[in-house]
Design a protein around this ligand. Sequence first.
Ligand SMILES: Nc1ncnc2c1ncn2[C@@H]1O[C@H](COP(=O)(O)OP(=O)(O)OP(=O)(O)O)[C@@H](O)[C@H]1O
Length: 348
Amino acid sequence: MSQNCEELALRLQDVSRSFQDTLAVSGISLDIRRGEVVSLVGHSGCGKSTLLRIVAGVETADSGRIFLGDRQVNGPRTFVEPEARNIGFVFQDYALFPHLTARDNIFFGLKRLPRQEAEARFAEVVERVGIQHLIHRFPHTLSGGEQQRVALARALAPRPAIVLMDEPFSNLDQGLRERVRTETLALLKSLDTTAIMVTHDPQEALSAGDRVVLMRSGRIVQEGSAYDLHDRPNSAYAAEFFCAFNKVPGVYRDGRLTTAIGTFSQQLDLRPDSAATLFIRPQSIAVSPDDGDLPARVEQRIFHGEIEQLVLRVQGLEAPLKVRTMERLPDGVSDVRISVQPDRVLTF
Ligand SMILES: Nc1ncnc2c1ncn2[C@@H]1O[C@H](COP(=O)(O)OP(=O)(O)OP(=O)(O)O)[C@@H](O)[C@H]1O
């Protein structure tokens, strides 16, 4: 492999896997650098778990090659068993052995090491994950967040080349989930661990990791930083995965898209008079009782505290516009004015 590959923890080359008629993973190529944390995101059934299982070696690929560091673990006539891949796994249900204490769960992955070294690794990981007080407890006596930390400690203790996490926070309730996620990511970063985290939650994917990989029907739709995927989606699918856009139909000609709510400068590779759709984020529409480009009628208001969600009717538009605003509108107001920020719209 080339020099540049020395920096790679994982390389997938054209990996595919079918189940009967379902192409679960289709020609996936992906490089992950050492120390990088990647969120693999997509709707249910898009192939995330299958890809993770192929990397772990508990599922086989039909074709393609996989390298862990510079070692090929999957390819024509090559298959390295899961135990020999040096991979850590954190499952959605944590998969702790119920008859073993937290301590013995963590020691399970250290069995092959000499006693003294195993003890030292155990002490180190327990301290880093902050679970000294839990080590003699059995899994059923631990809260979800505590079980998650024990599972993470078990996965990290053997110092794996890469940690694979399949929906690791989805069993935790909202508040706890955010805290455990932030702590886990900080820990992975401080240990310079390479990790892939699978999630179906768009917000979680954006807030976790160095890179986001969006999958659909077994393929990668787009990969890049969270800002790339959210702010510069490469397709309507990617845009809508991360934001509930308002979609306004329009007609394109000479660098301008004309819609019922105005004309917007857009450079599109389309023939004159082609139909195109303007994508507007709910937070990119300014609302005011008396100041703005267009009149709108308030159909619904849902107050969320910091922001208010509005549903507005605008003449000429079939679908109402959804707006998220921090503006405090007077009680009972039914007629407002709106302005769309032209530099914040997307077109597909
Ligand atoms: N062992 C199997 N036998 C048959 N079909 C399978 C098998 N495993 C996965 N599939 C199919 O492959 C596709 C991808 O499944 P996969 O579990 O990888 O998706 P996913 O993105 O992880 O979904 P989820 O978020 O629901 O876990 C789905 O259509 C699924 O039904």
